[in-house]
Design a binder for this molecule. Structure first.
Ligand code: NAD
Length: 283
């Protein structure tokens, strides 16, 4: 086990674990005490949404965490209610009635909301696997409805509860900018998602509601299983990224906590990369 620290700067001691991800032994705690957050998109313990929910909970936030449907409830519900300060809700973001009833419940339970995490995406497997030229109209619509429009719908529903300002964030991927074989229609949806983040930031800025995206490096999750060649993507990331490794989901959760917290009040409309620097490389 090696230790590392930045030269000349007093900072938290770090250790490197076997896959070379620096994990802090001590860290400066960002407090989310007295803050309310809703996190969308927990399918199982590997979900990025779950790592973010755990991080927000550790920081003291009161949480509403959603799963998509009855099928996912089996795994997600017990996990969620076992988390300190968390309640579980079902919400399929393609259904306006479910969004409306969820936010009516949040208004009753929380009164106000400080943070919204959108960690949801879907595209039909056939459309992701097909040559991009053969993307179906239906697959294109579905990918954009679930992965992009839902952010706008959720932001609109959350706005009346964010009467003290707030932080909204979503998860994106570098396939929005550069071609990733097999990402296909999802890459186009992520480009629309990143543009929506900028337009929402402009729309909600006067209310001091910030909207940002975290562009995460590849992480093994349920959604990632739908991307053909995902193992090669993981390998390419570890080979080419300046940090020479894959990112840990906890690193994404740390960035989410930063964006939720008072340490990022001047940041909106941005895509923040948690990808070990992969996006800066030219090869
Ligand atoms: P995941 O499968 O755990 O999460 C995706 C979630 O989207 C699931 O909980 C699923 O139920 C939900 N979802 C899909 N359709 C829905 C609907 N109609 N209503 C409500 N929820 C719905 O996988 P993940 O990797 O944690 O994905 C979370 C986000 O992170 C996605 O936006 C994904 O594109 C993004 N992302 C993932 C990676 C990665 O490598 N895993 C990298 C960058 C960005």
């Amino acid at each position: 086990m090696k230790t590392s620290s930045a030269p000349g700067k007093p900072r938290a001691k770090a250790i490197l674990i076997s896959f070379e991800v620096p994990i802090r032994e001590e860290f400066i705690m960002i407090s989310m005490q007295g803050r309310n957050a809703v996190v969308f998109g927990v399918a199982n313990k590997r979900s990025i949404a779950w790592a973010i929910a755990q991080r927000l909970s550790e920081a003291g936030a009161k949480l509403a965490i959603t799963y998509q449907n009855e099928r996912l409830k089996q795994e997600a519900h017990d996990m969620i209610v076992g988390l300190q300060g968390a309640e579980a809700f079902q919400c399929d973001v393609t259904k306006d009635s479910e969004i409306e009833s969820l936010f009516a419940t949040l208004k009753e339970r929380f009164g106000h909301l400080d943070t919204l995490v959108h960690s949801i995406a879907y595209a039909p497997a056939e459309d992701m696997k097909a040559d991009f030229l053969n993307t179906s109209r239906e697959g294109f619509k579905m990918a954009h409805d679930i992965s992009v429009y839902s952010l706008i719908a959720l932001a609109r529903a959350a706005t009346p509860l964010m009467n003290n300002g707030g932080s909204i964030m979503t998860l994106t991927y570098f396939g929005a900018e550069k071609v990733m074989p097999s990402y296909n229609v999802m890459g186009v949806a992520k480009a629309a998602l990143e543009a929506s983040v900028r337009y929402l930031a402009h729309s909600l800025g006067p209310k001091q509601i910030r909207v940002n995206a975290i562009s995460a490096g590849p992480i093994k999750t349920l959604a990632a299983r739908g991307v053909a060649g995902f193992t090669e993507m993981l390998k390419a990331q570890a080979d080419r990224a300046p940090l020479k490794r894959n990112v840990d989901v906890k690193e994404v959760a740390d960035a989410a906590l930063f964006l939720a917290s008072g340490l990022s009040t001047g940041i909106t409309g941005e895509t923040i990369y948690v990808d070990g620097g992969y996006n800066i490389m030219g090869y």
